[in-house]
Design a protein around this ligand. Structure first.
Ligand code: HEC
Length: 148
C-alpha cells in the first residue's frame, strides 16, 4: 500500500478542520440537519484519524478503527439522507445532487467501499494510508456537490 507523505496528511487534516469550522449549526429543516449531522460525524472521524496520524492525539487502535467504521456506517446512510430534495438557507448541498443522483450515490458508495477496504489499524503508521484511501472520496463528492 502506498504510504502518503506527512504534507498530504496535513492537507487532509486542514481540509477536514476547515469543513468543521464552517459547519452549520443554524439549519432549521430537520431533514437537512440530519444529513449535516451524518457529514459531521464523518468529518469528525477523519479529524480523529488525522490527529492521530500527526501525533496531536494519542494513538488508540480502538478509536482509530471506530472512526473508520463510523465513516462506512454513516456513509451507508448518505443516499437515504439526501434522497429527498430538501433545502435550507444554511445548506451547502448543490442542486446538482438531484440532477445527477446516480453519480452522487456512486460517489457515496466509493467512500463506503474505501472505508470498508481499510485493513484493521494496529499502529500509528497505518493511519496515513487509511486517510489517503478515504480522503480522495470526500473531495470527489464535495468538488461537484457541495458549495465551496
Ligand atoms: C456522496 C457525496 C459526499 C461524500 C462522499 C462526502 N461528502 Fe461531505 N458533504 C456532502 C454534501 C452534499 C454536504 C453538504 C450538506 C448540506 O449542507 O446540506 C457535505 C457536508 C460535509 C460537512 C459539513 C457538515 C455540516 O456541519 O454542515 C463535512 C464536515 C463533511 N461533509 C465531511 C466529509 C468527509 C470528511 C468526507 C469523506 C470521509 C465526506 N464529507 C464525504 C457530500 C459528500
Amino acid at each position: 500500500m502506498k504510504v502518503i507523505k506527512p504534507f498530504a496528511i496535513a492537507a487532509i487534516a486542514l481540509s477536514t478542520s476547515v469543513a468543521g469550522a464552517i459547519a452549520h449549526a443554524d439549519a432549521t429543516n430537520p431533514a437537512v440537519i440530519k444529513r449535516m449531522e451524518a457529514m459531521k460525524a464523518i468529518g469528525g472521524s477523519m479529524k480523529t484519524l488525522a490527529g492521530m496520524a500527526k501525533g496531536e492525539m494519542a494513538f488508540d487502535a480502538a478509536k482509530a478503527n471506530a472512526a473508520v467504521a463510523t465513516i462506512s456506517e454513516q456513509g451507508m446512510m448518505v443516499p437515504a439522507l439526501f434522497e429527498a430534495n430538501e433545502t435550507d438557507p444554511e445548506t451547502e448541498a448543490l442542486p446538482a445532487i438531484w440532477e445527477n443522483w446516480d453519480d452522487f450515490v456512486k460517489k457515496s458508495d466509493d467512500m463506503v467501499m474505501a472505508a470498508k477496504g481499510v485493513p484493521e489499524i494496529a499502529d500509528q503508521g497505518a493511519i496515513g494510508a487509511a486517510l489517503g484511501q478515504i480522503g480522495g472520496t470526500c473531495k470527489a463528492c464535495h468538488d461537484d456537490y457541495r458549495k465551496k
